[in-house]
Ligand binder design. Structure first.
Ligand SMILES: NC(=O)c1ccc[n+]([C@@H]2O[C@H](COP(=O)([O-])OP(=O)(O)OC[C@H]3O[C@@H](n4cnc5c(N)ncnc54)[C@H](OP(=O)(O)O)[C@@H]3O)[C@@H](O)[C@H]2O)c1
Length: 226
């Protein structure tokens, strides 16, 4: 049977490229997008496109119901938003806070809870796309992107807690920094193409073992300090 991956947020950028590369490698790819029909044009016809908005609990539940207890070798929690592009320490508005935290934190919690049993059943991996900007140890000289980095630091805790819960049940749960990548979010000046970043991350994901459960890694497989 083909290995199976579910990508939460596969309409563009890193998630879309994950879908393309895993499909090319022969995986059964379930690409979950807010607007699935908009992604159809960019994806190979073999990809199983599904609707899922990670800010909508019913939307996650509908896809979980559809998958039922089908095993998943890999869950990629990719969907994320940046929010206000602040340079200095700037508290967000209520609306900005709610939007970013609902997506990057609550959405990830719900997606992991919904699909972790499928991953544990396959002794698979749960990979959350986070960022070096979430490292407390490395946040020493700048507060830019305050809300984004705060939300991703919270996502790191979500991932660690998931590692504690689902690691003993057979899953390997990690946080992965993709590098600085030329996407809508990363911008044109970023150092890595989306193809390079995803190739490198796939290599890291493919080499994960039970001893990696709970780690925070970059796209080269190096540990990032929390
Ligand atoms: N690019 C970088 O340099 C970089 C660096 C560090 C970490 N990351 C992380 O890597 C991940 C992917 O980044 P990217 O650069 O590919 O970003 P992107 O180009 O902005 O794409 C974001 C993706 O997330 C999806 N998404 C957002 N909210 C969603 C929701 N509520 N439900 C479902 N999907 C949703 C978007 O779907 P729509 O098309 O529907 O909006 C899109 O597919 C993010 O978590 C980001 O924080 C990126």
């Amino acid at each position: 049977m083909k290995p199976r991956v579910l990508i939460a947020g596969a309409s563009r950028g890193i998630g879309l490229e994950m879908a393309v590369q895993y499909a090319a490698e022969g995986w059964h790819v379930i690409a979950a997008c807010r607007e699935p029909e908009q992604a159809r044009h960019w994806l190979p016809p073999t990809v199983d496109l599904q609707a899922m908005d990670i800010t909508q609990a019913e939307s996650i539940a509908t896809l979980a119901w559809h998958l039922d207890d089908a095993p998943l070798d890999l869950l990629i929690v990719n969907a994320g938003i940046y929010g206000p592009d602040t340079e200095h320490f700037t508290a967000p508005s209520d609306e900005e806070f709610d939007r970013v935290m609902r997506t990057n934190v609550l959405g990830a919690m719900r997606v992991i809870q919904a699909f972790a049993p499928n991953v544990a059943a396959a002794k698979g991996c749960i990979v959350s796309l986070t960022t070096r900007m979430a490292s407390m140890a490395q946040t020493t000289t700048s507060a830019f992107g305050l809300l984004y980095r705060t939300s991703k630091a919270a996502l790191n805790m979500v991932s660690r807690a998931a590692a504690a819960e689902y690691g003993p049940k057979g899953a390997i749960v990690v946080c992965l920094h993709p590098g600085w990548v030329r996407t809508d979010m990363g911008g044109a000046d970023a150092t890595l193409s989306v193809t390079e970043s995803v190739e490198q991350m796939r290599h890291v994901i493919g080499s994960l073992g039970p001893g990696d459960n709970g780690r925070f890694l970059d796209q080269s497989g190096r540990s990032i300090e929390w």
